[in-house]
Structures are given as C-alpha cells and as structure tokens.
Design a protein around this ligand. Structure first.
Ligand code: CA
Length: 233
C-alpha cells in the first residue's frame, strides 16, 4: 500500500495532541517523525525529507510562519497547519506563505487524515494533466478541454471569470484557497480584484451551479479564510 511509504513530520509541542496524532497515523500505516520545536523541525525536514508536514503554529521557540519560510526554501511537500481558534490571522498568513491547508483545534482525527489524503493527491498529480479531462460530481460536469459546464447535462453559461474561479477550485478540490490566493490566480497581483468583487462573483457562480445556494453542495465558504471545493464524501 502507498501509505506504507509515506513519512509524516509532526511539529507540535502539546504532548497530548502530538501523541494522539502519532497513534492515529501509525494505525493508518503512515511512518512518522515528531518534534516539539521549530528549530528541530527545520533540521529534521532537511535530514528526512518527509512527504507531509503537520505544523502547529504556536511553538515555544519559533513562530510557525518562520518555520514555513525555512521549509519552503528547500521543500514543496504539503504543509498542513494546526492552529488554535485565536490564531485566525496567523492561519491565513500561513496559507498565503505556502502552507497547503489547515485544521483548527480541537479537530477530529478523521478531518486531519482527510486533509493529508487530499494534500498527498495534489502533490502526486499535476494540475495540467487534470485540465485536459472532464470532471463530474453529482449533477455538475465540467469539460476542461472545451471550457464548458453542464448542470444535469444542460450547458450553463459562465462568464470567463466565473469559469476560471470554478476551474481553480475544482482542480484544487478538497483544499482551502485563501481570498488572496484566489485573487492573485484570477486577476493577478494588482489586477483589480478585491475581496468584495470576489464575493459577488462567487455568489453569481453559486446561483448557476448550486441547486440550494443557502446550503452549497460544491463550493464551501471557509469563514474569514476563503473557499474550498467540497471533497467527495
Ligand atoms: Ca502549541
């Protein structure tokens, strides 16, 4: 099984949470290494090149954001941030700095394991390969080669920006994208996009693809952070 070859680095100073994560990963067949400091995490990362990194933002010796900066100098492996409720701003900064996803304490282990699977899948598969295929989920179908979107087999007209938004979210499905990441991908840096216009485009996109916009099936709002295309359940 693929999982047997996957090594996860856990950077967490809370012994209880750290042990809990280690035990669960072991059960799932992952290898793991762990540390409770940022400094050791950086050297472990160099020495072991782990496949996935789980990073608590509140470490005793270093800011989690600095740890991400160091790791990103030499590794593009997925980083999943574990943050406390009061670290809202830090969490967004971490994602913008190159972390791949996050869970908020207290979290269900199943949630963290799902994030790990999504992150692993993303790092194995390039988005360009996917763009040539069609995507189908329930009543939504996207033909990437023709740039066409269907609801219940009927073509829906999307504006170019709505299409780009949907394609971006679908190719990153399961993973949160921050407002900044979406804005820079769709409009480019300084390209005139802002959080308000993004909200408006998202609302019109949802009206076109969601059957119940008050309870979206596909595009999930991550309050204060961004959006996520729902992982298959
Ligand atoms: Ca901590």
């Amino acid at each position: 099984m693929m999982e047997n070859e996957v090594t996860v680095l856990i950077i967490e100073d809370d012994k209880y949470i750290s042990n809990f994560i280690c035990m669960s990963l072991k059960q799932e067949g992952y290898h793991y290494i762990k540390t409770d400091t940022g400094r050791e995490a950086i050297s472990l990362c160099y020495a072991n090149n782990p496949d996935v990194i789980i990073l608590d933002l509140g470490l005793p010796d270093m800011n989690g954001i600095q740890v991400i900066e160091h790791i990103r100098c030499h590794s593009d492996k997925p980083i999943i941030v574990v943050s406390a409720r009061q670290e809202e701003g830090e969490k967004i900064k971490a994602l913008d700095m190159g972390a791949d996803d996050y869970v908020v304490k207290p979290f269900y282990m199943g949630e963290l394991l799902a994030r790990i699977r999504v992150a692993m899948r993303k790092s194995e598969k390039s988005a360009s390969v996917e763009m040539t295929q069609t995507f189908q989920r329930d009543y939504l179908k996207i033909d990437f080669s023709k740039r066409l979107v269907y609801i219940d087999e009927k073509e829906v007209h999307l504006t170019p920006i709505e299409y780009k938004l949907l394609a971006l979210l679908v190719t990153n499905r399961g993973k949160v994208l921050t407002h900044n990441q979406i804005l820079s991908k769709i409009w480019g840096y300084g390209g005139g996009g802002d959080a308000n216009s993004l909200r408006v485009f998202m609302a019109t996109l949802r009206r076109k693809i969601e059957k119940d916009t008050t309870n979206p099936r596909f595009i999930i709002t991550e309050v204060g952070v961004g959006y996520r295309f729902a992982e298959k359940d």
